[in-house]
Design a protein around this ligand. Sequence first.
Ligand code: SF4
Length: 150
Amino acid sequence: MIGKIAKIATSFIDVPDEIAVAIYFAGCSIRCKGCQNPELLDSKSGKEMTIEEVLAKTSNHPLAKYVVFLGGEPTDQMDFLIELCRKLKNLKKAMYTGREFENLPLSLTTLLDYVVCGPYRIDLSTGGRIASSNQREFRKENGIWNCLRA
Ligand code: SF4
């Protein structure tokens, strides 16, 4: 299976109090006004990678306890994203998405541990990690999703 990936890098800021491997998906169909990552809107901003190639690059970050999917829009490549989650057995999984939590399939959320969701709204911009105040934050604890930021 092939995905379009723009960048894989260590992240110290995307998952609170955790070191993560950030996997930036290329391309986004949501197109929020004032998008925070406009250089990743076009899927051509990434290169084609197999699941195995992404796994190999991810394993170069031994201090990471999490992998975080962002972009671009990870859920635009849903089959690749789910397959990647299934294969990343030793890392907890976080995601930033422009879609609302309720619209994410169970086949994905069952594999995730932390989600920031909702479209970016320039009129509600925060300048912070969670880019606009309409976006919500969810964390799974003991198998149950809790909304930390409604
Ligand atoms: S969902 Fe994210 S990447 Fe897509 S347009 Fe909105 S801010 Fe940009």
